[in-house]
Structure formats: structure tokens, C-alpha cells
Design a protein around this ligand. Sequence first.
Ligand code: PMP
Length: 431
Amino acid sequence: GPSTAEVVSLRRQYMNPGIFAYYKKPLMLVEGNGQYVYDEEGKQYLDTFAGIVTISVGHCHPKVVAAGQKQLETIMHTTTIYYNPEVALLAKELISKMPEGSGLNRVYFTNSGSEANDLAVLMSRMYTGAYDMISLRNGYHGMSEGMRGLTALKNWKFAVPQAFGVHHALNPNRYRGPFGYDDPDSAHKYANDVKDLIDHATPGKIACYIAECIQGVGGTVVLPDGYLKEVYKHVRDAGGLCIADEVQTGFGRTGTHYWGFEGHGVIPDIVVVAKGMGNGTPIAAVITREDVAMTMKTGLHFNTYGGNPVSCAIARAVLKIIDEENIQQNAYERGEQYMEGLLKLQKKYDFIGDVRGKGLMIGLEMVKDRVTKEPAVEETLQVMERCRDMGLLIGRGGLLGNVFRIKPPMCISEADVVFALDVMDRAFGEL
Ligand code: PMP
């Protein structure tokens, strides 16, 4: 095939310049195996960003590959106007993963998280007859025409005006927000901000509230315990539906629960899943109660590829692997190991301002000064490049671009975590 240089040139010549790439020196990946990926020279990298939190059970997992291959050879496309066993069976298996008694029992498949969120908010507007929606500042829900309004990253300059009817509540960021880790009442205060918005910025009746329980792109901001419970009450008092965006936090990644919201003791009205579900293959879903699902009977909605048989066969294999290979437990154990190691590094290096997360969804925030918390963006980029040289891929994000995002495939081993911590230590040491 073409070399990295040739591919870079092809991309420059033929692809939209808005598509950006990580790393100054272009990195082309030609092969993947479990938690590892390989460039054209055969150099191995430990992928601790898992694509973008998409590779849940490992690159090219043999059972995932076999399921996809088999389906490609059987029938690769039907659309929803015909019945297909893989699609219906996946719906049943996905529902079986919802908490007992949640009533979450209907699935609508789409291709991406953005589409699924679009559909979720559409259902909430149809169900409630209300228009206003609340999301969190610093939240990420997609880049579709609908989701650009809900996604709220201060430093992302959108080309279009924000959508009407969208209100952004305070980001419950206890590292940088007005109510910090040392405030025992922070969850309550952040929840009150949602109530304030409902009271002052809406007609008092809202369609929905949507949030990630750990903000992903926004830099692994963990919602405080007790926050969602209070917010859900305010939202329901205003007639709104509660939407859990589990695109990054689902399928065991938080370690303690299959779904992130379970760790907060709440039951959403709508759950949105994507990314890890297809292990990198495009598939997403909106999961609702039956009464919410019924709204879709009154108007036409259609999605040509949503829930295509190949992606569904692959997702079925993924769900099975998560159970068979104890993936959630591994996410918990490796998460603890990572956290312990990163906290040690924080003691060693002043520029590590905050380490936070749950399971294998970890953030490390780089600052120039622990008191002023001035973001160390250049330093973050430098460490990222050095890690890459040493065979470690790592994600980056956050409001200010100074947060490392560590979300590896959940099959990562103990030795891998030791390697990752060692490489990070060396890269930090060079700063
Ligand atoms: N929600 C969350 C929490 C996400 O992280 C993302 C993608 N980064 C999306 C929604 C949008 O998903 P997609 O890119 O598949 O449209």
C-alpha cells in the first residue's frame, strides 16, 4: 500500500481540511491487535485512548472479526423494512443489560452517537410537548446540526449560532468550578443551578436534561455523588425527561457498574449508547421505556443504515465478550492500578494538577502552577509526543486542552499499565 508520506499527501489533496490528526509527525496505523496498534514500520504502540474510546474489547478481537465476517458472507445489508435475526437479537440482548425494574425496554438503532442523541432529544420533545433542553457546559453530545447546540465547549468556536431552546447549566467541575472538592455541599449547589435555569430561563416546563456522568471529551470531569439524583428530581418536577449519554461511560468502563448512571443511583428515561458497543464499528442506540418509544409512532423517522446486520452481529459478539472475559472487573482492577500509579506521579511532579476518574476512564490535568491552575497546554502536547515516541498513545482533551484522557481497551493487562505509567513517568521527567 501507499507509504505514510503518500497517504498524508492524498489526505491533503483530497480530503476536507477540517479533518485533523493527532501528533506533529504523522502517525499512520496499519494494524491492530488487542490493546496494541502498529505503524507501517511495524512499530508497536499501546493504545491507551482505544481509538476514541471506541475499542472496548480490543482491536481486531478474533470473535468480533469472526462475527463480522460471518455476517458479511450471510447477508450484509437489509435495512429495517425487512426482518433480520441479528438486529432483533441484539435489541433483546441490549435490553437485558438494563437494570432490573428500570422499564427501559425499547431500542432504536442508529449509526453514531450524534444521531442517537438527536433522536433522544426529539423523543423527549414529542413526549413532553415542551421545547427547552438543558445540557452541561463542557459537555459533548455530538456534532450533528442538532447536537452542536447541546455540546458546549467554551474554546470550540462553532461556525453557526447556537440553537434556540438550549440552556447550559454549570459544569460540576470540582477542580475548576465555583464549588470545589473541599465543599461538602458541591453536588447540591451544582444541582441547584439546574433548578435556577428551569425557573428563570424556561417556561417552567422542559423537554429534557442530558448529561454524561463522566464528561469525556470535556476532560474526564466526574459528576459528584448525589448530584444527578437531585437534578433528576428537578427535571421531572418540570415535566422533563432525563437522558443519560452513556456513549463513553457504558459497557463496564467505569468498573463498578455496567452503566455509569447506575453508580449514581438514578434511572434515566432515555439511555444513549454508541462507541464501545460496536468495538469501532458504526452502531449506536437509543434505549427508552415503552411509553417514550411510542412517541415515534406518530411521525415518520427513518435511518437507512441504523442497526445494519453486520454492526449488529459485531455488537452481539462484543456484549458476549464483555461477559465471558470479565471485562468490567478488569476495568475496575486496572483502573485502580492506574489511579494508584498516577497519584504517585502527581506527588512527584508539581505540574500534575488533578488526577480523577473511575475505572478505565481517567483524566490527568496539567498545570503550570498548582495554585493558579494555569493550564500547561504546551507541556501536555510535549508529553504526548514523547509518549508516542516511546510507544504509548494517549488521548487529550478538556476545556483548555491540558487534560490527558486515559481510556484504553478494557482488555489491557497489568503489565501494560506498568509500561504506560513508566513511559509517562519518563516523559514527565523530561519536562
Ligand atoms: N456523546 C458523547 C459522550 C461522545 O463522547 C460522543 C463522541 N465523542 C458523542 C456523543 C457523539 O458520537 P459520534 O461521534 O459517534 O456522533
